[in-house]
Design a protein around this ligand. Structure first.
Ligand SMILES: Cc1cc2nc3c(=O)[nH]c(=O)nc-3n(C[C@H](O)[C@H](O)[C@H](O)COP(=O)(O)OP(=O)(O)OC[C@H]3O[C@@H](n4cnc5c(N)ncnc54)[C@H](O)[C@@H]3O)c2cc1C
Length: 344
């Protein structure tokens, strides 16, 4: 079967690799650098912890598939979720049968760059740092010769199949899979699939870790509380702590423009680090920018129209190997995976 995959981010490359393993004839269309948009950068957080038990179970399946790819792809330092709602995350972990501990901020089980914070804290021992740099090398190797550098302008269903139109070129496939990140809504709308189109600017900022920090630092998600930002934080490189956060929507709105949104995010995250993280030096060393959809929660969503399947969601890195398998199977079977999380 000939399959077109639109988008060579981590989701599209994972699906391409899974389709190739099943013997499909695949072309992955990528407009820029593979894994150069929302999948850019060196690291992400892996966690089983979610507030929906079905997402915890899917994350456990994804964790096993990461280990099949290569056990070194997730650095298993653990992930902590802290704040007033940590109990609800613990309930979902318990319902899914996942190992976890709910502790107070003073617990000796915590290794975080802060001495105190609004608790309680959920420890997810299966969490850790996803080594995106290793995964990029792995997936580009697995898909060599199957990635075509081209911007897809439109898809069109015809009696002969799905036409993939790119500039003056067109190629016809038995089936097509849209995994185009920020480009998904526009392409999907052209074949009658509606996905949430809103975009926001998002910035993650890196700072030096101070030598006295506990080791090995756990990844950390803090819920917003008492006027303090909600954040996600983890070790990115050897001595680097990466922090992203829920900046006020007006400051990162699409209309605010990228430069102003980046500056507002940089200012807010630097102020957060200076005030709350004594083991991190509040002098930014690097940033990663991406677009983000404010209307998508921590879930997995799928839609099909005829022979075109699409997926969309946020925080998809941790699900990459599982999504690759699910999308490959459904592309070849003409089925649609069930949504999970808020919509599941
Ligand atoms: C700073 C930051 C921190 C994050 N933290 C986490 C985290 O801790 N844990 C986690 O699990 N996830 C995290 N995420 C989210 C995760 O990285 C993304 O959800 C995931 O990488 C998305 O992959 P994707 O393949 O869907 O999209 P992308 O990587 O954006 O890939 C889509 C690709 O499609 C291509 N494309 C778009 N339109 C077209 C077109 N018309 N024709 C051809 N090609 C096209 C683009 O060039 C792009 O390469 C984070 C993301 C960022 C940016």
């Amino acid at each position: 079967m000939r399959v077109a995959v639109i988008g060579g981010g981590v989701v599209g490359l994972s699906a391409t690799a899974a389709l190739l393993r099943r013997g499909a004839d695949v072309v992955c269309f990528e407009a820029g650098e593979p894994m150069g948009e929302r999948s850019a950068g060196d690291t992400r957080i892996f966690r089983l912890a979610h507030v929906y038990p079905d997402m915890v179970e899917l994350a456990a399946r994804s964790r096993a598939l990461f280990a099949e790819w290569n056990p070194e792809f997730v650095d298993n330092v653990g992930t902590v979720v802290s704040g007033p709602g940590a109990g609800a995350w613990a309930d979902a972990m318990a319902a899914a049968g996942a190992a976890h501990e709910l502790v107070d901020p003073g617990s000796p089980l915590l290794r975080l760059p802060a001495r105190t914070f609004p608790g309680p804290a959920l420890i997810d021992p299966a969490g850790g740092v996803i080594r995106v740099d290793l995964i990029r090398a792995f997936l580009t190797g697995m898909t060599t010769g199957h990635v075509r550098q081209a911007h897809v302008d439109a898809l069109e269903e015809t009696p002969a199949g799905v036409r993939v139109i790119s500039g003056a070129e067109a190629d016809t496939f038995d089936t097509a899979l849209i995994c185009a990140g920020a480009g998904t809504s526009a392409l999907a709308a052209g074949v009658g699939i509606t996905t949430p189109p809103a975009l926001e600017h998002h910035l993650r900022v890196s700072f030096p870790i101070r030598p006295a920090a506990p080791e090995p630092l756990q990844c950390w998600i803090t819920e917003p509380s008492e006027g303090v930002l909600g954040t996600y934080q983890h070790r990115a490189a050897a001595d680097t702590w990466a922090v992203g956060g829920d900046i006020a929507p007006a400051l990162v709105s699409w209309e605010n423009g990228r430069p102003a949104a980046e500056q507002a995010s940089l200012d807010a995250l630097t102020a957060y680090v200076a005030e709350h993280l004594p083991f991190v030096d509040p002098h930014p060393t690097a940033t990663i920018y991406c677009t983000h959809n404010p209307d998508l929660g921590d879930g997995l969503q799928f839609a099909r129209q005829g022979r075109v399947l699409t997926t969309y969601g946020e925080n998809l890195m941790k699900f990459a190997p599982l999504l690759g398998e699910m999308l490959a199977r459904s592309s070849l079977d003409d089925t649609t995976p069930a949504d999970a999380g808020p919509q599941g």
